[in-house]
Write a new protein. Structure first.
Length: 366
């Protein structure tokens, strides 16, 4: 079965039912739109499947091609309460983007059931579009040859956002995302990081109830990442916007999400807190230590030295543990010049999970 929050000491989701007060936030109209719209869960997914038919050239058979099926999503079930911010992670090709595309109505499921705010995305995509925002990584929703200001004006007309509400939302997004110097710059002239901030703003101008983010901090420098993370944290806390975040940067998950779901080969492998994921996968973080001079391999409780190159040493320690006690011991016993902490790669965490005994079903446990 899938490892869940209950099995690793669950933590509660984000505060439920936070009322929209200022700035971009979820629409509260249409609360009686059927199952899920008036209940605690905004998103419900049951036995979701997506199968693609592909054609491949048959070896030794000239130009003839063979048809085969690829199961991109294989029987996933989960629920996301209103106001929760959830990390949806996994290696490339795991099925993350396919899931998001089915949740938004871009793709029709091969099997299973989806409800977002009580709406079936594949049947009522246009109706659902007014209640969701989407940022798809390297694909922009902005107009390539128009400046941001004009792109946002078109978004307002498309979603029929009242003028006063549009200006309020736009001013807040521009201020918090640092977009003011970019408002009259054509989208094609923006860097990837600038465009990502522009896309996030565009996705929020119509007050969506749910926001889907695919790699929202890709291409951003440290300062810009902090701005985006702070903006999303405030949006979730103040407005109660539900957020589903896919990313390869575990720092995004750690700073924004209290719950994480791991998907691999189209199957949900884990659903619970990030600390529990590290416990299940027995993953390790790496402390990179620069000493003032070369010494013997460092020996301190709670860590093991895995590599030494001159005055630099690499120490591995359990990812679920705090680095602070290790740093204190290092500073007390060694000539410390500098140090940094490296997070484990998601692929590494999943590989360790497999090593623990995942069966052919792709699920942890029995």
């Amino acid at each position: 079965m899938v490892v869940t929050t209950a099995e690793v000491g669950g933590v509660p989701g984000a505060e439920r039912g936070a009322a929209a007060k200022t700035g971009p936030g979820p629409r509260r109209d249409g609360a009686g739109d059927g199952a899920g719209a008036g209940s605690g869960d905004l998103i419900t997914v049951e036995g979701l499947e997506k199968v693609f038919t592909v054609r491949r050239r048959a070896p030794g058979r000239g130009l003839r091609r063979e048809r085969s099926q690829v199961r991109a999503v294989d029987g996933i079930s989960f629920a996301v309460p209103r106001g929760e911010m959830v990390g949806y992670i996994g290696p490339n090709g795991a099925g993350k983007s396919t899931t998001i595309k089915m949740l938004t109505g871009i793709l029709t499921p091969s099997g299973g059931r989806i409800r977002v705010a009580g709406i079936d995305p594949s049947r009522e995509r246009t109706r659902l579009a007014r209640r969701m925002g989407v940022v798809f990584g390297q694909r922009t929703t902005l107009w390539w040859d128009l400046p941001l200001r004009d792109s946002y004006a078109l978004v307002r007309r498309m979603y029929r956002v009242p003028e006063a509400r549009f200006r309020e939302n736009l001013e807040r997004c521009v201020d918090l995302l640092g977009l003011e110097p970019l408002m009259d710059v054509p989208v094609r002239q923006l860097s990837l990081g600038q465009r990502m901030r522009g896309d996030i703003a565009a996705a929020l101008l119509h007050d969506p109830e749910v926001l889907y983010l695919d790699e929202p901090t890709i291409g951003l420098d440290v300062v810009s990442k902090a701005k985006v993370r702070g903006f999303l944290r405030d949006l979730n806390a103040e407005c109660g916007t539900t957020v589903l975040l896919t990313t390869h940067d575990l720092s995004d998950i750690e700073q924004l999400c209290r719950r994480v779901m791991v998907i691999d080969h189209g199957r949900l492998m884990y659903d619970g807190p990030l600390s529990g994921l590290h416990q299940v996968g027995e993953s390790e973080r790496t402390l990179v230590v620069d000493l003032e001079r070369e010494t013997e391999p460092i020996e301190i409780p709670g860590a093991r030295t895995v590599r030494v190159e001159g005055p630099r040493q690499w120490l591995a320690f359990p990812a679920a543990e705090s680095a602070a006690p290790l740093v204190a011991r290092l500073a007390a016993g060694y000539p410390l010049a500098d140090l940094s902490v490296r997070e484990p790669e998601i692929e590494e965490v999943i590989a360790r999970m497999y090593a623990q005994g995942i069966g052919g079903s792709g699920r942890l446990g029995g």
